[in-house]
Design a protein around this ligand. Structure first.
Ligand code: 3H9
Length: 721
């Protein structure tokens, strides 16, 4: 995995481990062998370490973590490089990340293409740069820069890295020949000062203040994560330790602590889970391996409300022309104004250039004429949730659009098969469920119906990637996978309030667990009237009228607490009151409201519910285990293909704490047997709640003799399907 060649007097060690040149065992061995060989060969006067393909080295091989480590250890490889008698140059293109940057910092010189990026992203997978990176970076750049880079995981452009002192030279092109030029310049020069272990750490004034500022920034950004704190402690040790070796020892101790932590396991799982979503398969057997996407050059969006305009922004930012259709000119103008304002915001945040804004706006065609969609390659319908309206629109699109056009609905709950039945091209109909706001949220839930073809799926999965989103493929069912599992969690939270908790107490437990907001605060933000309207429709469909005494719907327990709030005009943040009141800071701060407490107490009294004290543990189990049981049902039904897909929905759709991996991963860590047993207990206690009917797949998995680690468990789960 390391190719060796000599050009003139220069030996090139070319790392060849596609796709990202991770530092797998064979690469580490290959680097040591290459160094030994070039140091032995008399004709060789200098050595260049370079990457084959699109990149230098993207870090340690994360797949090796948690398995027995085979030497040489990365630090030993680095020390071998540094000790080389002949000068070693790291020639960087693409990325030098994590262990890749550490290899560069062990080399005596660093040269990079202008387009390259360097960084220490270890913090994002729950660890720290563990091959002396925390000790070497502050020897080439300042301590505040080292702290910020290592605790944020930020990738730094080559010109910035040159400014910081991390690189010695940045070139526009011809990396190999530039490395040769540099090599011939440095042959014979003393190496003592180029060995970073011999260099002092860049002096820093008031280390404690620098550390405190970095810590405050890191904990704000990564609430609940332990790795950023240890990253900062390791960099601080570079200054406070007696010498380089002592600093490295402290780094190793902190690294080992993190490696053993549950957070590192969860974050590394999340890293691979996001990528695993790309490996989809349909019940027909068609898959990402067998199906080719169609080219999408133009997109139509129907509906210029919050959702449609948000989707248009996402598509425009990806450089695709959008035809935005709205019935009413006034709504259309409002949608266009919103698109412009969001893009202007991106310019202010320096995420888009002023020219980029102009280009996006020039790609937008706004129209009240649906016939303008005649030639687009793909349409995303984003009108409000009415099956009859959607069917009408799809029927019209089917007649109007060219035969190849793919028709997608942004529905968050309706049956894709029903929508497709309005067309003569059900194979080209699918769901593309964006989350609000579509231009911020990275999750895209792509939904297939029974007739959706593999080509259509391949196309929308590819489009999601082009839009910079993570696409999860699910089968059609009521509310799909993300909202279907989330609803169970939310419903249990309301039952807990009915049984004895207060909304703020439940929310506190959920945010302590790591959720960005409690479920009641989220409800207030989205508007309680939305759920109320949906519940009324469901009740009507069952021939019922909802009253405050309604305890059951469709045979299942029902809580009318939220309905009471809506009836009192408490429909959420938009009116300043819902589960909380919003008076402070322009109506943005949720404050518990005694009036809500009274409504809850009156509700319970009226219905004869005896309130009891509820522990934080019960809040966690009732809410998350309900979602987990439903997640297993999604796997059992086949609408979700693997636990990773469900976890990614929660990580990217609902802000589930990444350091807990996702609800399905969390269940694997608690132990499936214990989760299953608890669900059975809840089933006994609440026989009238269908959610606690234990899922058979979960039962079977929980009875496996050993609860295996997630990867095996995942394989076992999916192989059962
Ligand atoms: C480290 O270095 C620790 C040291 O300090 C100390 C050790 C002692 N390992 O993301 P992509 C796979 S920790 C194994 O789709 P992109 C990835 O799963 C490491 N596999 O490509 C995917 O596989 P598949 C510090 C890896 O172009 C394929 O490569 N470094 C690794 O969008 C393509 O990946 C990091 O944390 C890896 N390190 O983005 C960098 N990296 O096709 C992590 C990728 O089977 N990597 N794969 O699904 C990244 O951030 C991005 O992959 C990168 C490329 C920016 C490099």
């Amino acid at each position: 995995m390391v190719d060796y060649k000599v050009v003139g007097s220069i030996a090139f060690l070319e790392v060849n481990n596609p796709p990202v040149n991770a530092l797998s065992h064979s690469v580490r061995v290959g680097l040591v062998e290459g160094l030994d060989r070039s140091n032995k060969e008399k004709a060789v006067k200098a050595i260049v370490i370079i990457g084959k393909g699109s990149t230098f080295i993207s870090g340690a091989d994360i797949k090796e973590f948690g398995k027995p480590m085979r030497g040489p250890w990365l630090t030993a490889v680095g020390e071998h490089i540094e000790a080389s008698e002949k000068p070693v140059i790291a020639g960087i293109h693409g990325n030098a990340l994590g262990g890749g940057l550490e290899i560069a910092l062990f080399s005596h010189y660093r040269i990079a293409l202008k387009s390259a990026r360097v960084g220490f992203p270890e913090v994002l997978i729950g660890i720290l740069p563990g091959a002396a990176g925390t000790q070497r970076l502050p020897r080439v750049t300042t301590v505040p820069v080292a702290m910020e880079m290592i605790a944020s995981g930020r990738h730094v452009s080559a010109p910035d890295a040159l400014k910081y002192g991390i690189l010695d030279r940045v070139v526009d092109k011809d990396l190999s020949s530039e490395c040769m030029k540099l090599a011939y310049n440095i042959i014979g020069k003393p190496l003592h000062d180029r060995r970073l272990r011999n260099r002092p750490v860049t002096p820093v004034e008031n280390l404690n203040a620098v550390y405190d500022a970095a810590l405050a920034q890191a904990t704000r950004r990564f609430k609940g994560f332990i790795a950023p704190v240890k990253c900062l402690q390791a960099v601080k040790a570079a200054v406070t330790a007696d010498n380089y070796e002592a600093g490295v020892n402290e780094e190793s101790r902190l690294f080992a602590d993190l490696m053993r932590s549950g957070q590192a396991r969860a974050l590394q799982y999340a890293f691979f889970a996001e990528r695993a979503t790309a490996r989809w398969q349909l019940p027909t057997g068609e898959s990402y391996r067998t199906c080719k996407p169609l080219p999408i050059k133009t997109v139509g969006v129907i509906g210029a409300g919050t959702m449609g305009s948000g989707i248009a922004v996402t598509v425009l930012r990806a450089g695709l022309p959008v035809t935005l259709v709205e019935q009413d000119r006034k709504f259309l103008d409002r949608g266009v104004a919103m698109i412009k304002s969001v893009l202007e915001g991106s310019v202010r945040l320096k995420k888009l250039s002023p020219q980029g804004l102009q280009k996006c706006m020039s790609l937008l065609k706004a129209t009240v004429n649906m016939d303008d969609l005649r030639d687009v390659d793909l349409v995303i319908e984003a009108v409000f949730e009415s099956l009859s309206l959607k069917k009408q629109i799809f029927g019209r699109l089917d007649k109007l659009c060219k035969a190849e056009t793919i028709l997608c609905s942004n529905t968050s709950s309706l049956d894709i098969n029903m929508i497709a039945s309005a067309t003569d091209r059900p194979d080209r109909v699918a769901g593309m469920h964006f989350f609000v706001p579509a231009y911020v949220m990275r999750l895209l839930e792509n939904v297939y119906g029974k007739a959706t073809s593999g080509t259509t799926v391949a196309t929308i999965m590819q489009l999601g990637k082009k839009l910079g989103m993570v696409s999860v493929l699910v089968g059609t069912c009521n509310s799909f996978v993300a909202n279907r599992t989330m609803q169970k969690y939310g419903t249990q939270a309301t039952f807990l309030v009915e049984e004895g908790s207060l909304p703020q107490e439940v929310d506190q437990v959920l945010t302590d667990f790591g959720m960005p907001m409690g479920t009641f605060a989220v409800g207030d933000l989205s508007g309680l009237d939305i759920g109320w309207n949906i519940r009324r429709e469901i009740a009507q469909a069952q021939g019922m009228t909802l009253t405050f005494a309604t305890r059951f719907m469709g045979g299942d327990r029902y809580s009318s607490l939220s309905d009471r709030l809506v009836q009192k005009g408490r429909i959420g943040r938009k009116v300043g009151k819902g589960w909380y009141k919003y008076e402070k800071s322009g109506g943005k701060v949720a404050t518990p409201d005694p009036e809500v407490t009274q409504i809850i107490l009156d509700h319970c009294k009226e219905l004869g519910i005896e309130r009891r004290s509820i522990s934080p543990q019960e809040v966690i189990e009732r809410t998350f285990y309900a979602a987990i049981n439903e997640g297993f049902r999604c796997l059992e039904d086949g609408v979700a293909a693997k636990p990773e897909d469900i976890d990614v929905c929660w990580l990217l759709g609902f802000g589930f704490p990444r350091y807990q991996g996702g609800p399905m991963f969390y269940a694997s860590q608690v132990g499936l047997r214990s989760v299953y047993d608890k669900i059975c207990q809840f089933h006994e206690r609440y026989p009238n709640q269908s959610i606690w009917m234990p899922c058979e797949l979960l039962r079977r998995l929980s009875r496996l003799e050993v609860t295996p680690p997630m990867s095996e468990w995942t394989m076992k789960t999916t192989s059962k399907l």
